[in-house]
Design a protein around this ligand. Sequence first.
Ligand code: CA2
Length: 139
Amino acid sequence: MPETPVLYVLNGPNLNLLGVREPEVYGHATLAEVQALCEQAADGVTVVFRQTNHEGELIDWVQEAREKASALVINAAGYTHTSVALLDALRTLTIPIVECHLSNPSARERYRHRSYISPVAAGVVSGFGPFSYELAVKA
Ligand code: CA2
């Protein structure tokens, strides 16, 4: 029997604070609620949903996804704009990568305009709050 596909949804630093701080920027939904939305949208596909505040751990999970996932959705949060190491890890994947953001970084501060992830992403979904995740999972 063919194995069920697995979708990794990885979240970077401070996203554990969703719904708790800065609701005017990131909305009222908690990360647990975003996870539930992803699981619904995945429609039978197994979702591995994780968050970390540590760059190395995020990279370990990207490497794990290389072995175990059929696709990857990633909101690398602040590391989106800073991490060559994360880009290097993502470059080793052959599965589709979807970059996802709650806000639209291009409409925010200049330092958020550069993404190290976009060049290796199949697509980017940003600006739609938790719905960005739903669209990314569907994609
Ligand atoms: O819009 C997004 O999803 C971001 O990836 C969020 C990052 C930001 O650095 C990116 O430019 C865009 C920040 C995540 C911080 O999350 C918080 C959530 C609640 C309260 C404070 C921070």
